[in-house]
Design a protein around this ligand. Structure first.
Ligand SMILES: Cc1cc2nc3c(=O)[nH]c(=O)nc-3n(C[C@H](O)[C@H](O)[C@H](O)COP(=O)(O)OP(=O)(O)OC[C@H]3O[C@@H](n4cnc5c(N)ncnc54)[C@H](O)[C@@H]3O)c2cc1C
Length: 434
């Protein structure tokens, strides 16, 4: 096992939250720490723009991957391409197996600080009939299956879009991100994507001369869809969607099974559909279950400074963290900054006052609607905050596309001004249009 003269920070995962945390730690802690990122693959998958590529009939695999080895190396961050198989918080070690080629031996890595940013399993394997009859847009493989189906085989039948039931753990209970607020229980992991997909699919149907919103039903296990965007925003969204003619089914509880002809739900309801676009349960990785740092489902428990209360040298960021609800990259982005500041504080590179700025989650979501239009949501009312903004138009669309370009050209280092500028532009320039 290698020893390190400086505190060794091991970051598990190299996608949005892992790459972002490693970069923020380097930015704030400078060369006072040694940093190693471990991911089983050596590229970042830019998930949010996959749906837009699918409807545009572009192969998302050609444009949604970004190499992470060189950007990490540029910042003096080591990279190990390995699959993490275990964490031992008492001995401060991580087990991993090099994953470039199958058959590798197991290794142990020692850490002084650990950042768990491995995301979740998207549990399609738990949905009966998904392999035969389901579609989705959460990676390029499935995106391409849907792309080919829509553009080559689609017979003009009904399209159903929605989520399976999310099983949130108890790891964020008692946290108060805003005065009097909380991290509420969610019944779906991330409902920005179903809303985005439904709007984009309707535009696509219209463009193809194959129908429009009336051919689409969106469903949710919850009382209302995208409940985390807050009541004001959701009511506006539902009003708009309803007037456009979309079908809507709520309180489905969970997906019982997909069949050739549609979807059966555990509450007894069913939907007929030729195309079933599904967002599954976001489930913690097996190696995180039953650890003293994890909650009853396997999400990593943290306080609002992203630190595990029992093991303060362990942090989590992104979807793997219990506090990340809904599972949104934008919330992970806020957490990376906090992790960077906390570790910088621990190694004497930042004052307590600058470091101790706790998480105040904001649901920030820009969804493509097709025809160069997008919706923009910025809301924190679900957590007890007082901001709820919904805008629609060309500016949010341009911001969504520009954000990816900026992200790739800056190798993930999207400056704070980028987000602020996006906010100002989207809200100010659309104010007149309401
Ligand atoms: C269709 C879709 C659209 C979305 N749109 C948006 C959006 O517009 N805005 C937004 O904010 N969010 C959006 N999201 C959510 C966003 O994609 C996630 O919140 C984000 O990807 C989480 O980042 P992460 O780094 O925590 O996890 P991931 O992106 O899941 O990354 C986890 C990383 O850990 C690695 N890993 C996993 N297991 C291991 C292991 N055992 N060993 C080593 N490495 C491992 C993986 O290879 C991966 O690189 C969308 C999601 C979907 C599905």
């Amino acid at each position: 096992m290698a020893t390190h003269p400086k505190p060794h920070v091991v970051v598990l995962g190299g996608n949005f939250a892992g790459l972002g945390s490693a970069q923020k730690i380097r930015e704030y802690a400078g060369d006072r720490v040694e940093i190693t990122v471990v991911d089983k693959k050596s590229n970042l998958l830019f998930v949010p723009n996959i749906p837009a590529e699918v409807f545009a009939n572009h192969d998302p695999a050609l444009s949604m991957f970004m190499d992470i080895i060189k950007p990490l190396d540029h910042d003096g961050i080591h990279f190990i391409q390995g699959e993490v198989t275990g964490i031992d918080p008492d001995n401060r070690t991580v087990d991993y197996v090099p994953s470039e080629r199958p058959g590798s031996e197991s290794h142990v890595l020692r850490y002084d600080y650990l950042v768990v940013a491995v995301g979740n399993r998207l549990a399609y394997d738990r949905i009966e009939g998904f392999a035969e009859y389901g579609h989705t847009v959460s990676d390029t493989y499935h995106g391409n299956l849907l792309r080919r189906y829509l553009h080559q085989e689609y017979r003009g039948g009904h399209i159903a879009i929605g989520s399976a039931r999310f099983h949130q753990g108890n790891g964020a209970e008692g946290l108060e991100p805003y005065p009097g607020g909380r991290i509420p229980p969610a019944e779906a992991a991330c409902e920005g994507p179903p809303v985005e997909t439904m709007l984009a699919a309707a535009t696509w149907l219209q463009e193809q001369g194959k129908g429009g919103p009336k051919n689409i039903t969106v469903f949710t296990p919850a009382e209302i869809i995208a409940e985390d965007a807050g009541e004001t925003v959701v009511n506006q969204l539902l009003g708009i969607a309803g007037s456009m003619g979309f079908g809507y089914l709520n309180k489905t509880e969970d997906i019982a099974r997909l069949t050739k002809d549609g979807i059966e739900f555990t509450n007894g309801a069913s939907l007929e559909a030729e195309v079933k676009i599904i967002f599954p349960d976001w489930v913690p990785h097996d190696f995180l279950r039953n650890l003293p740092i994890s909650d009853n489902e396997g999400f990593v428990v943290t306080d609002l400074l992203m630190r595990n209360p029992s093991y303060p040298e362990v942090f989590a960021a992104g979807d793997a963290a219990a506090v990340t609800v809904p599972k949104l990259g934008a919330i992970g982005h806020q957490q990376c900054d906090i992790v960077g500041r906390q570790i910088a504080k621990d190694v004497g590179a930042m004052s307590d006052a600058d470091a101790d700025q706790h998480l105040q989650p904001v649901v920030l979501c820009i969804g493509d609607m097709g025809k160069h239009q997008a919706f923009y949501i910025r809301s924190n009312t679900w957590y007890g905050g007082d901001t709820a903004v919904l805008k629609m138009g060309y500016v949010p669309y341009m911001l969504k596309m520009q954000y990816k370009t900026l992200f790739f050209s800056r190798h993930g280092k999207v400056p704070a001004w980028g987000v602020d500028a996006a906010q100002v532009m989207a809200e100010k320039s659309l104010a007149a249009r309401g």
